[in-house]
Design a protein around this ligand. Sequence first.
Ligand SMILES: CC(C)(COP(=O)(O)OP(=O)(O)OC[C@H]1O[C@@H](n2cnc3c(N)ncnc32)[C@H](O)[C@@H]1OP(=O)(O)O)[C@@H](O)C(=O)NCCC(=O)NCCS
Length: 103
Amino acid sequence: AKMDELRDAIDRDGFGFAAAELAATGECIGFVGITRTDYLPFLPAGAVEIGWRLAPEYWGKGYVTEAAEAWLVYGFETLGLDEVVSFAVESNRRSTAVMERLG
Ligand SMILES: CC(C)(COP(=O)(O)OP(=O)(O)OC[C@H]1O[C@@H](n2cnc3c(N)ncnc32)[C@H](O)[C@@H]1OP(=O)(O)O)[C@@H](O)C(=O)NCCC(=O)NCCS
């Protein structure tokens, strides 16, 4: 159901939080992507967010940072975005660590 919801956003905007697959096997391990996020009052209007979620057995292998770096290249170079934002609750250290690795 979540993937259907994410697919609708991709159909609407041309990009979104997309299935992340292991290159070697094609197995779906979660999602990584950029999406328009206009429902949060602390974000600028029309903000594009980068976000991620993997099944826990795939944490700690660098997959999210690898995929997110590729999404940032796509967002800045192909889509010509000026800014991509990300946010998490402070206690979510694994997620803020990805943000720090991405700069
Ligand atoms: C947030 C989340 C996506 C982070 O996943 P992650 O696996 O820690 O992030 P990365 O894929 O960047 O992996 C980095 C880890 O892989 C390790 N790693 C192993 N092999 C690696 C390699 N070849 N290259 C890079 N890193 C590698 C790194 O050392 C790092 O480990 P550490 O955290 O123990 O230092 C994951 O915890 C998650 O899905 N959480 C639940 C959903 C969630 O909170 N989403 C965000 C909401 S704001």
